[in-house]
Design a protein around this ligand. Structure first.
Ligand SMILES: Cc1cc2nc3c(=O)[nH]c(=O)nc-3n(C[C@H](O)[C@H](O)[C@H](O)COP(=O)(O)OP(=O)(O)OC[C@H]3O[C@@H](n4cnc5c(N)ncnc54)[C@H](O)[C@@H]3O)c2cc1C
Length: 439
């Protein structure tokens, strides 16, 4: 054992060997965070089934749209030994197939067995495939990893027709990427509006108008019935429940995600939709943690990185034997990564009787803002067009700031927010003036 660097202990004793299953965004950040800790585990082994080094999955959308180079996706590579002496091994292209909890050992599809003192499951999710005929045909893609994105980019080289199933964030980003690469693209959305979980009808209408003007075709209230085989195992059309037949050379499924719980579930860990964890990201086995999209905290599962970064902080501190607060659920805001479209939303979409609803809409400029206020504080917001105030509004929503008479100024979107804060804190009359000016 290193004489100068005490081994991580936490409340279960020394951690000599930490094994992490998955080499995605959560795992990469966990290792980087641990490496800055003086009491990191002595050895860390990361096992990831993807063959590439860790990359920024979020950037697959702009990469598909041709807005960045492949190299820009890469996350920084780790040194084999950190400054604090932790040795790190990364095993790529290898899948963990079984966990023996009694022996504290994982086995992989290459026949390797690795003993662990502590295990972290960071296996993420995969694209959820609707249970309709034709999902395994050639030409049907998910949009989850680099392999998917590269396959879509290759497909787009030949032009042709693509149908994207799902008009949420991922579906729209995939659709716009393929359109920019020269395909004729249709988006099928089951709901009556795009991004129905984040946008109200007005914002969704503005978004649809913008995307249609670029050449995307959007079909709402469209229910997938089956994917038609061309007789040679390849997709040739999408059939909707109302009988509509849409010719397709490629189909992208973006209808949601399914957490990769299989190794944890097979090992008998307590699972629901994902692997259940407590506030310390510990599963029902105290020697096994889970974080990221494969874990479930209370009734929450995860699909955005913001809460996952908070999980990383909690777990890294725990694994390094540091005291600190446990994980708590926090709301997150949504942005769409389609260049030229600015959209920012958080909180509830539907107004309840307790909400005051404030809206500003300038159809000519394509500007729309809607705030839901409850008892004077911001409960939710949808911004389309000028979204510069989005993060500020989100922060004020989180700190519960009361807006009272100044609230209408919020809708201007160009309000001097510093003044607004100062005014709120010290000069209520000035905020009244601001509100009058805004009106
Ligand atoms: C195209 C796209 C765009 C996105 N855009 C945004 C965005 O704008 N903002 C945002 O906040 N989030 C975005 N996300 C979501 C974000 O990328 C995820 O929330 C994040 O990657 C989750 O991290 P994770 O480590 O839990 O899972 P992942 O990053 O998926 O990593 C899990 C890794 O584990 C591997 N694995 C699975 N099972 C095994 C096994 N048995 N053995 C070994 N390895 C295994 C997987 O192959 C994968 O490499 C986007 C996702 C996609 C796909």
């Amino acid at each position: 054992m290193r004489p100068d660097a005490p081994t991580s202990t936490d409340d279960r004793g020394p951690i000599d060997h930490l094994v992490i299953v998955g080499n995605g965004m959560a795992a990469h950040r966990l290792v980087a965070t641990l490496c800055d800790k003086p009491r990191a585990p002595r050895r860390i082994t990361v096992i990831g089934v993807e063959t590439s080094h860790a990359y920024n999955r979020i950037l697959l959308s702009p990469w598909l749209a041709g807005e960045m180079q492949r190299d820009a996706l890469c996350l920084p590579e780790r040194a084999a030994t950190t400054q604090t002496g932790t040795r790190i091994e990364t095993r790529l292209g290898e899948r963990v197939t079984a966990i023996d909890r009694e022996a504290r050992r994982v086995t992989t599809d290459r026949g390797a067995s690795l003993d662990y003192d502590r295990l972290v499951l960071a296996t993420g999710s995969r694209s959820a495939m609707p249970p309709v005929p034709g999902m395994t045909l050639d030409g049907v893609h998910g949009f989850r990893d680099l392999g998917d994105a590269e396959a879509l980019a290759r497909a787009a080289r030949h032009g042709g027709r693509a149908v994207v199933i799902g008009g949420g964030l991922l579906g729209l980003e995939a659709a716009e990427g393929l359109r920019k690469r020269g395909m004729r693209v249709r988006v099928i959305q089951r709901s009556s509006r795009l991004m129905n979980r984040q946008l109200d009808a007005t914002a969704a209408g503005l978004l649809r108008g913008e995307l249609e003007a670029r050449g995307l075709e959007v079909i709402t209230d469209g229910h997938l019935s089956e994917l038609e085989d061309n007789g040679q195992g390849r997709v040739r059309a999408v059939i909707l429940a109302d009988g509509t037949r849409l010719a397709a050379d490629h189909v992208v499924i973006a209808t949601g995600i399914t957490p990769n719980v299989e190794p944890g579930r097979a090992a008998g860990l307590d699972c629901d939709r994902a692997i259940r964890v407590d506030e310390w990201l510990t599963t029902s086995d105290a020697a096994i943690h889970a974080l990221g999209e494969c874990c479930q905290f209370g009734s929450s599962t995860f699909g955005l990185v913001e809460p996952i970064w908070q999980q990383v902080e909690v777990l890294a501190a725990r694994l390094a034997g540091e005291a600190g607060p446990g994980y708590r659920d926090h709301p997150t805001a949504t942005k769409l990564k389609i260049s030229g479209v600015s959209l920012y939303a958080f909180g509830p979409i539907e107004a309840t009787p307790e909400h005051d609803e404030l809206t500003y809409h300038d159809p000519e400029q394509g500007e729309y803002r809607r705030l839901l206020l409850r008892d004077g504080h911001i409960d939710g917001a949808v911004l389309y067009g000028d979204t510069a105030m989005g993060p500020w509004l989100f922060d004020r929503s989180q700190d519960g700031m009361q807006f009272g008479s100044a609230r209408r100024a919020l809708l201007l979107g160009q309000a001097d927010t510093e003044t607004l804060i100062d005014d709120q804190a010290s000069a209520p009359q000035a905020t009244d003036t601001l509100a009058q000016e805004a009106a």
